[in-house]
Design a binder for this molecule. Structure first.
Ligand SMILES: NC(=O)c1ccc[n+]([C@@H]2O[C@H](COP(=O)([O-])OP(=O)(O)OC[C@H]3O[C@@H](n4cnc5c(N)ncnc54)[C@H](O)[C@@H]3O)[C@@H](O)[C@H]2O)c1
Length: 380
């Protein structure tokens, strides 16, 4: 029987790609998401193109009664949760500056409550979404995991505090196994064009903004600063394909299932790409022009940061394999096929895309009726 994994935030951008990679690798994911920034239809699409049955629970990761009910239900059904991939959280830097308490509550409080529930139910394998933002304005490139950490905004602080919680609980319990994944800049989409990034508001990140400009939904891209100390003056980041990132989670989970202790690891390509180079690559691949204007630098943005990706390769056997062109082509396909995001009726699954495992009922089932009304959010 497939190993069952709980994926919090599994209806979000990275989460749905992680679901696809987990099913492809033979795992059975269960999703817990409050849909504050995710979309249930995204999970349904993954279920459809993988042929997997992916149980979905709408609820808040801070709801300990719900967590207890889910973990107990799985144990009773003899499909105990073997590990948790914790992606649920808030991620907008500007919002974190305006409302830091919300960020501490969800990103730190949610992590603590999840760890407590896991401890009550003997679940001891944990993969955590952290961010390269914990490095702040890093001094030495490429950034290794040993580089000093110094976030420049509340969002980054919440990730660092959560990392500290994980370090302390792992030190207190040698049987616990945790992987902290410091993501660089995921972009692009699944090659099927069926799932991708679907911002609910004006995109806060550059790539979905580029795709919306190319589609004609926005007039131009604002590039924040062209006077940085970088080859073309625009900011340099380590963009990686979201499916490479998703596969990194599979490797990280395989690692924690075998090795106790704490692993903190960068997930990036090791290449720095400027915003302007990203725009040019996108124009080449899509054949569309992306008009842009230079705007003032944004406070808190760093000039350049890219990963030393060596540890991920040495310890996890993971390396990003997709090119910048792949990221642009797949992200553009998603945007073209889904001009209204998940509200767009999905096209038939292209041949060759469906995952190998075709099993289950091809639907997203809900566990909530099985939980005896424990889901206080209870909108499913
Ligand atoms: N996208 C990036 O560039 C990036 C970079 C570094 C780290 N991260 C981290 O990766 C994780 C996933 O990011 P994403 O880009 O997929 O974001 P996202 O907003 O698309 O996904 C997060 C998901 O978590 C859910 N969620 C939020 N609060 C919740 C709560 N209290 N209970 C249950 N579910 C909740 C949302 O509904 C959403 O589906 C986040 O923790 C984010 O901080 C993202």
């Amino acid at each position: 029987m497939a190993c069952t994994l709980l994926v919090t935030g599994g209806a979000g951008y990275i989460g749905v790609h992680v679901l696809a990679a987990l099913v492809e690798a033979g795992y059975q994911p269960i999703v817990l998401d409050d849909l504050s920034n995710g979309d249930r239809r995204a999970v349904e699409r993954v279920a459809r193109f993988t042929g997997a049955d992916i149980p979905f629970i709408e609820g808040d990761v801070r709801n300990e009664r719900l967590l207890d009910a889910v973990l107990a239900h799985q144990a009773r059904a003899e499909q105990p949760v073997a590990g948790v991939i914790h992606l649920a959280g808030r991620k907008a830097v500007g919002e974190s500056v305006a409302d830091p308490l919300r960020y501490y509550d969800v990103n730190v409080g949610g992590t603590v409550k999840l760890l407590r529930a896991m401890a009550r139910h003997g679940v001891r394998r944990f993969v955590f979404s952290s961010s390269a933002t914990v490095y702040g304005a890093a001094r030495e490139m490429p950034v290794t995991e040993r580089h000093a950490v110094c976030p420049t905004n509340p969002y980054g602080h919440t990730k660092l505090v959560a990392e500290g919680v994980l370090r302390d609980v792992t030190a207190a319990d040698p049987g616990l196994s945790v992987a902290v994944l410091r993501y660089f800049n995921p972009i692009g989409a699944h090659p099927s064009g069926l799932i991708g990034e679907c911002p609910q508001d004006v995109p806060a990140n550059v790539f979905p903004y580029i795709t919306q400009v190319a589609q004609g939904r926005r007039s131009h891209l604002a590039i924040f600063g062209d006077d940085y100390d970088t080859p073309d003056g625009t900011g340099v980041r380590d963009y990686l394909h979201v499916m490479d990132l998703a596969e990194g989670h599979v490797r990280a989970m395989q690692h924690v299932l075998r090795h106790p202790g704490l692993l903190t690891v960068n997930l990036g390509t090791g290449n720095g790409i400027s915003v302007l180079a990203l725009v040019r690559a996108f124009e080449r691949v899509s054949g569309r022009r992306v008009p842009y204007r230079i705007a003032p630098r944004r406070p808190g943005d760093v000039a350049a940061i890219w990963a030393d990706a060596g540890m991920a390769h040495r310890v996890l056997g993971w390396r990003a394999t997709r090119t910048l062109e792949d990221m642009c082509a797949d992200g553009w396909r998603w945007q073209r096929m889904n001009p209204q995001g998940y509200a767009t009726p999905p096209e038939p699954v292209p041949s060759g895309i469906a995952a190998r495992a075709v099993r289950g009922r091809r639907t997203v089932t809900s566990l909530v009726p099985l939980l005896g009304g424990h889901n206080e959010v209870g909108r499913v």
